[in-house]
Design a protein around this ligand. Structure first.
Ligand SMILES: NC(=O)c1ccc[n+]([C@@H]2O[C@H](COP(=O)([O-])OP(=O)(O)OC[C@H]3O[C@@H](n4cnc5c(N)ncnc54)[C@H](OP(=O)(O)O)[C@@H]3O)[C@@H](O)[C@H]2O)c1
Length: 308
């Protein structure tokens, strides 16, 4: 959504500055988006972070008449409602919502618990959906609005040890696709920005369960999965040429583009996977991807009772 100049008559020129709400701004992509928007005078911005990390954000930015820092844990219903009410009181509502906050569990399915699954989904799916529901009425009333959900290549393809993360992004993608239809009559646009591997330290922020904790689980039937996938992902992130700042720039482009596409693959690997997934049937794609995983055909051999 481009900031526009509304000019009702030649004398009174009033500038419209869309209100942007961004979640998860204490590090990585969220922080890069906050820095980018801090420099963009044409928007009013609410950057948010959890209470435990908000000081980090306050050290970098100051509240101004167009830039507000506010605490928000996206998993908390209370937090979301309180924040939205404050933005509404202050600026009338949110015009552009950027659902960026996210966590990623590294665990095979067997090592997840219901509590872990719930936290993964609460952060990456229920939280963003709750915020979308809060923002939609104002967007419908004003006849415009943008929802930008930061998804992932993991919302296109699932990899071992990332089942729950993938499930949360698939859920976000599915709901966003339905929203594309549901919001269309009201002038509201929705985009899934899909980064692949990013050159950042985010892999250090991955969540583990009691059973997938690397300090405990370097043996057992799934040991090879962890031992191979963890360094593989780190290597891919280190090799990536895309930084959080480059993703932030693309988010700004989406903000300024009229009718952006629903899917916005945001790194080279994301673009490749986006097209490969559409061209190759899955029964062919899966064995190819399996072949690319480091030494995968030998994983867990010593623990397997598979019949020949
Ligand atoms: N890095 C990648 O390679 C990559 C690739 C594809 C997609 N993505 C997606 O990009 C988004 C940002 O990830 P990132 O790479 O920037 O990771 P990151 O550096 O770990 O940042 C995640 C942010 O989310 C916040 N967060 C976590 N739980 C939260 C909660 N309950 N409420 C509010 N904020 C919360 C974190 O805040 P705290 O400091 O409080 O923990 C942090 O600011 C995520 O949705 C992720 O899935 C990342």
């Amino acid at each position: 959504m481009k900031p526009i100049i509304i000019s009702s008559d030649k004398k009174s020129v009033q500038s419209y500055k869309p209100v942007v709400l961004v979640t998860g701004c204490s590090s990585g992509i969220g922080l890069a988006i906050a820095k980018t928007l801090h420099a963009c005078d044409e928007y009013r911005v609410v950057v948010t972070a959890r209470e435990k990390s908000i000081e980090k954000v306050r050290e970098l930015f100051m509240d101004t008449d167009r830039f507000i820092i506010h605490s928000l844990d996206v998993t908390s219903d209370e937090d979301r409602i309180r924040l939205y009410a404050e933005v509404q009181r202050h600026w009338g509502g949110v015009d552009i919502l950027i659902n960026n906050a996210g966590i990623s569990y590294r665990s095979v399915v067997e090592h997840m618990t219901e509590k872990d699954e719930a936290l993964q989904m609460a952060t990456n799916y229920f939280g963003p959906m709750g915020l979308i529901r809060l923002c939609l009425p104002h967007m419908r009333d004003t006849g415009r609005g943008k929802i930008i959900n930061i998804s992932s290549v993991s919302g296109m393809l699932a990899m071992p040890t990332m089942a729950s993360y993938s499930a949360s992004k698939y859920a976000l993608e599915g709901a966003s696709e339905a929203l594309w239809y549901e919001t269309r009559p009201f002038g509201i646009e929705i985009t899934l920005v899909q980064p692949g591997f990013i050159h950042s330290n985010s892999f250090r922020n991955v969540y583990h369960t009691d059973l997938s904790d690397p300090t405990r689980n370097w043996n057992g039937p799934y040991c090879d999965f962890y031992q191979n996938m963890t360094p593989f992902v780190e290597r891919m992130m280190n090799w990536s040429l895309t930084t959080p700042e480059k993703i932030a720039k693309q988010v700004l482009t989406v903000m300024k583009t009229q009718n952006p596409p629903l899917w916005w693959p945001a790194t080279l690997d994301a673009k490749v996977f986006y097209y490969i997934r559409r061209i190759l049937p899955r029964r062919i794609l899966l064995p190819i991807l399996y072949w690319f995983l480091p030494n995968a055909k030998n994983w867990s051999k010593d623990f397997s009772h598979r019949r020949k």
